[in-house]
Design a protein around this ligand. Structure first.
Ligand SMILES: Nc1nc2c(ncn2[C@@H]2O[C@H](COP(=O)(O)OP(=O)(O)O)[C@@H](O)[C@H]2O)c(=O)[nH]1
Ligand SMILES: [Mg+2]
Length: 380
């Protein structure tokens, strides 16, 4: 990691530990970890020359298979690093996609992952093509190809990109038809969002009595799942979705539009928070969720916070001071405490939901209607 923010005194540690966790989820075992503090990222290598040499030696001595950077690398940085280190070079973006790939099996997820890969692969291949053009000779590198192959590759990738986009567009239209069908029933939709591992799927399972896979591996949920739920006299469509992760690249958000539409067009969005996390980490995670939801255009009045895993803190009295630290972020939002695993706190959760629904439902319906009209015009 190259740390450039001088005001960040300890959150970078949380971030790099998370990167380590994600690497493990992708099947790597971390053998070393290094942070460079610098005013700016080095344009050519992200790290400075001295640090690069240090990493190169470590790679050679420890028989390392891959070097994973927290910073999102430019094509040029990636190219230079791969040539210097002679091993696989990944950044946070690549790593996230890798985990997505391991955990997803359905068509919609696979297509979205492929598009996300392409969005990064295209500039990289363009760079290779231009290097080849300028030097007029082949560079021996991990991805060497012949001269024409480079240009052909770029053209092919662009073609594949437009095919994927068209396919996603088609799926999106089908999705809008489903959303519209649900909307016409007049039953509101409640979406469970939150950071990965917060317990979204556990909550979904507890409320629906289903057994969707849960687990400590991030992103076990890639495609949203809907379930029509009667809870006493409240009827809702409950949706379980993908988890958020820190500093998501906007390109990733762009490629996962199909999945994120489920959040966007829900009437109520539950933000699930693991209350057993250290307060600083919890703050960062909640901020990440709110940033993502803001980017999706979800208004605060549609949000509520559910603090999960209350069984893990000693007593409920310990919860309030923890929650108070989050006030700058969650002021004005309704919240409650639950334990998805011990099935506790659901009455309060549904009381808040019922209350919110009585205020909100109509407006999201209108938004969806507008979107649906736009899309049916596209169909014509
Ligand atoms: N102790 C405790 N653990 C929980 C609770 N809810 C979820 N977990 C655990 O947290 C981990 C992540 O849960 P999961 O539902 O897959 O999280 P998701 O990524 O948000 O869908 C799993 O190992 C669950 O067993 C809870 O209420 N209490
Ligand atoms: Mg899940």
């Amino acid at each position: 990691m190259v740390k450039t923010n001088p005001h960040d005194h300890h959150l970078y540690r949380v971030r790099i530990m998370e990167l380590k966790e994600l690497s493990q989820a992708a099947g790597y075992r971390a053998v070393g970890l290094t942070i460079q503090v610098n005013k700016k990222e080095n344009v050519a290598f992200v790290v400075g020359r001295g640090k690069l040499e240090e990493i190169r030696q470590h790679v050679a001595e420890n028989d390392v298979d891959a070097v994973i950077f927290y910073n999102v690398l430019t094509s040029k940085q990636k190219y230079n690093l791969e040539r210097t280190l002679n091993v696989e070079v990944l950044d946070r973006y690549d790593l996230t996609l890798k985990i997505f790939d391991i955990s997803s099996s359905d068509k919609a997820s696979k297509i979205q992952i492929r598009l996300a890969r392409l969005l990064k692969e295209i500039p990289y291949q363009k760079l290779l093509a231009s290097i080849r053009f300028k030097t007029g000779r082949e560079h021996p590198g991990p991805r060497s190809l012949g001269e024409y192959a480079y240009h052909e590759t770029v053209a092919n990738l662009l073609k594949r990109k437009s095919i994927l986009e068209r396919e996603i567009g088609k799926m999106q239209r089908d999705k809008f038809i489903q959303l519209e069908r649900r909307r016409k029933t007049g039953i509101p939709t409640v979406c469970i969002t939150g950071y990965y591992n917060a317990g979204k799927t556990s909550l979904f399972n507890a409320l629906t009595n289903l057994r969707k896979p849960v687990g400590p591996r991030p992103f076990t949920t890639l495609t949203s799942k809907y379930y029509l739920l009667p809870y006493e006299n409240l009827r809702i469509f409950l949706v379980d979705t993908i988890g958020f992760v820190m500093d998501l690249d906007p390109r990733l958000i762009e490629s996962f539009s199909l999945t994120l539409d489920d959040i966007k067009f829900s009437d109520i969005v539950i933000i699930t928070v693991d209350i057993s996390d250290p307060p600083e980490l919890m703050f960062l995670k909640v901020k990440t969720c709110l940033d993502c939801l803001n980017a999706l255009g979800i208004e605060r009045r549609r949000m509520m916070v559910v603090f999960n895993k209350c069984d893990l803190i000693e007593n409920f009295g310990d919860a309030e001071p923890r929650i108070r630290k989050l006030y700058p972020l969650i002021h004005g939002l309704d919240y409650c405490m639950i334990s998805a695993e011990k099935r506790k706190g659901f009455e309060e959760l549904f009381k808040i939901l019922a209350n919110k629904i009585s205020f909100l439902h109509e407006r999201v319906g209108e938004q969806l209607q507008a979107c649906f009209q736009k899309n049916s015009q596209m169909l014509l």
